[in-house]
Unconditional design. Structure first.
Length: 117
């Protein structure tokens, strides 16, 4: 993929079904963290709150990855256990429904971790 600097351009590079899933995540973040600043970092969308990373997400051929570091993954160990994970990431496969409620909880947790912490 080429380097992009706007999240909408990033999302537009994917097939329509993937775009829909990426836009759903974007909407969740915007709805639950309206003060977060949206940008691209490490080649993927990132949202920052109080200049701290809130959450990253990225599209891939077979899944969407979210990165809720540093503490989002520790907090949701049980919920994430049914998904493939990497260091600081969780993968939501395209052939499964997007866990919208779980993503909302992760974003809300990260907002509280930044604002309250």
């Amino acid at each position: 993929m080429s380097k992009v600097d706007v999240v909408s351009q990033y999302i537009a590079m994917f097939p329509r079904d993937t775009q829909s899933r990426l836009n759903a995540i974007r909407s969740i973040i915007i709805d639950h963290a309206p003060d977060a600043i949206e940008s691209i970092s490490y080649g993927m969308p990132v949202y920052k709150l109080n200049k701290k990373p809130l959450i990253y997400f990225a599209g891939y051929q077979n899944h969407i990855g979210i990165y809720a570091t540093p503490n989002g993954h520790e907090e949701f160990t049980k919920e994430f256990s049914k998904y493939k994970q990497g260091k600081g990431s969780v993968q939501f496969p395209h052939d499964q429904p997007l866990p919208v409620d779980l993503i909302k909880k992760v974003v809300q947790f990260r907002v509280q971790a930044i604002i309250g912490g």
